[in-house]
Design a protein around this ligand. Structure first.
Ligand code: NAD
Length: 297
């Protein structure tokens, strides 16, 4: 498949159009979901569980449900009040684990304060873990035999592939080391045979690490945290951060305009990894359906 369109930022960097690539991925998912339905007499099923009414989560959950339906994936909605006891959330997860119509289970994070997130996430059947957060799936990725892969890092890799960005041998710097983005991102880049550095709050000289990198993935969650003049000329910049400015605008972790004067490639925010994350989630849901049906993918 050829690279999807050529657009440039004012600074000169080529834009990695997550929206366009996500549309392609979703079209492929829809074809595979239709083939699954024709073969097995039911559509792949994705359960999305939301506990409480966090405003940002509600937007994500709505998008995920809508995109599932558009891709021909059955969507099972479970909305619980914020006051739901941990035991009840656990019981719902176990019910979904046992439901043969459900191929994928997504528990939207963050869970309300007081709920043990690890306990809930560990209860999801690894075969239905479409977020790829279960220790079994993280472990498989760490051992170079990925199965269900965390959606945002998987989206970075897919975007790089679609634009022909070489990761083998590249010096890659991941800024952020969370369980859901930074760490699995480092594992994905390692799998792609990059030379990976992971930076976090303990990193001594962040600037020096970023300046060396040919591939930068920012996943910190702080507005314009990485100054544009830290970016190495010719680098590929993947900005995972989603931050709302005081003026209500969505921006990433990298200072976009100045970074785009130096980078060869850059993802916009919004329109970069956000749409890719949802597309990879849908792709995981169809993969999970086939895997559960005993079809090697
Ligand atoms: P998190 O808060 O769990 O992790 C942030 C990481 O940044 C930590 O590992 C921390 O060590 C590191 N960090 C914080 N301050 C730092 C500093 N001064 N120097 C170096 N490292 C520092 O966040 P997360 O869940 O990984 O999310 C990160 C961002 O990505 C957020 O903006 C979130 O909204 C966004 N996000 C986007 C998508 C998407 O679909 N595009 C998906 C998930 C998360």
């Amino acid at each position: 498949m050829g690279a999807p369109g050529e657009q440039r930022a004012a600074g000169g960097a080529r834009i990695l159009d997550g929206k366009a690539v996500a549309a392609r991925v979703r079209a492929q998912v829809a074809e595979r979901a239709a083939a699954f339905a024709a073969r097995f007499g039911r559509r792949p099923g994705l359960a999305v569980v939301q506990v409480g009414e966090d405003a940002a989560s509600s937007v994500y959950v709505r998008n995920k449900r809508k995109s599932s339906l558009e891709a021909g994936i059955e969507s099972f909605a479970h909305d619980l009040p914020a006051s739901t006891p941990e035991g009840e959330i656990l019981a719902l997860v176990q019910k979904l684990n046992a439901d043969p119509r459900v191929d994928g289970i997504l528990v939207q994070l963050p869970l309300p304060k007081g709920v043990d997130t690890n306990r809930i996430m560990d209860a999801v059947d690894p075969a239905k873990d479409v977020d790829g957060f279960h220790p079994v799936n993280t472990g498989l990725l760490a051992q170079k035999r990925p199965r269900l892969r965390p959606c945002t890092p998987f989206g970075v890799i897919r975007l790089a592939q679609e634009y022909g960005i070489e990761l083998t041998g590249a010096r890659a710097c991941v800024v952020g080391a969370s369980n859901i983005v930074g760490r699995p991102m480092a594992l994905e880049l390692l799998l792609a045979r990059a030379t990976v550095t992971v930076c976090h709050t303990g990193t001594r000289d962040l600037r020096a690490e970023v300046e060396r990198a040919e591939v930068v993935v920012a996943a910190v969650g702080k507005e314009d945290f990485i100054p544009g003049d830290w970016i190495r000329p010719g680098a590929a910049v993947f900005d995972v951060g989603i931050n709302r400015t005081a003026a209500g605008k969505l921006v990433g972790d990298v200072e976009f305009e100045r970074a785009a004067e130096r980078a060869a490639w850059i993802t916009p925010v919004p329109g970069g990894l956000g749409p890719m994350t949802i597309a990879m989630l849908l792709s995981n849901a169809v993969d999970a359906a086939y895997l559960r049906a005993g079809v090697h993918i």
